[in-house]
Design a binder for this molecule. Structure first.
Ligand code: CMP
Length: 176
């Protein structure tokens, strides 16, 4: 099971090696601060104050060290991640790495289709993440319908880039 999943379900309170720590979470955390931070995230910019309160209630914030494995290709996945600070890389294949920056998200594919993680994602730098569990993610898409459109647009871009890349590799293999 992915490390953050174990922290989210409470089976470990924190990373035993001290690399990963929740900084604020759930009820009791400073919701005002969280809402202010959420307003700066492009994915949530069209949200009403009420919707931001919902996101702040369900999302947890984690700080992870550079090198932390966030998702592992082929494993089941139960969380959606949004990068607040730092960069992470998706290792899509042996040759393909995609660097993700603040405001970008990952982990949506396993939540949407129930399949295993499609890529390994590793923190390139220290990263601050917003993490939403599967149960809450499903509810969030119902409560904030605009997010579905954002997810679909990102998935479309990823498919488009993958197709372009496959076409380039195909023409490189067959030659002029
Ligand atoms: P998921 O399959 O749940 O876990 C790994 C994540 O890596 C995946 O969701 C996407 O969010 C991300 N990912 C997979 N393939 C690509 C890609 N080609 N470009 C960018 N991100 C990707």
């Amino acid at each position: 099971m992915e490390l953050i999943s174990r922290m989210m379900d409470g089976s470990i309170p924190y990373d035993p090696e001290g690399r990963l720590e929740p900084v604020s979470s759930g009820p009791g955390a400073n919701q005002g601060d969280k809402i202010e931070r959420l307003k700066e995230v492009p994915m949530f910019e069209a949200c009403s104050q009420r919707q931001l309160r919902t996101v702040a209630r369900i999302a947890r914030v984690f700080d992870v060290a550079a090198g932390t494995l966030l998702t592992r290709a082929g494993e089941p996945g139960d969380e959606f991640f949004l990068i607040i600070d730092g960069t992470a890389r998706a290792e899509v294949s042996a040759e393909k790495r995609v660097t993700m920056h603040p405001g970008e998200f990952f982990g949506e594919m396993s939540l949407l289709d129930g399949g295993p993680r499609s890529a390994t994602v590793v923190a390139d730098t220290p990263v601050r993440l917003l993490v939403i569990s599967r149960r809450h993610f499903t509810r969030l898409l119902t409560d904030v319908p605009g997010l579905t459109q954002t997810l679909l647009a990102t998935l479309s871009q990823r498919v488009r880039l993958a197709e372009e890349r496959a076409a380039r590799l195909g023409s490189a293999a067959t030659g002029p």
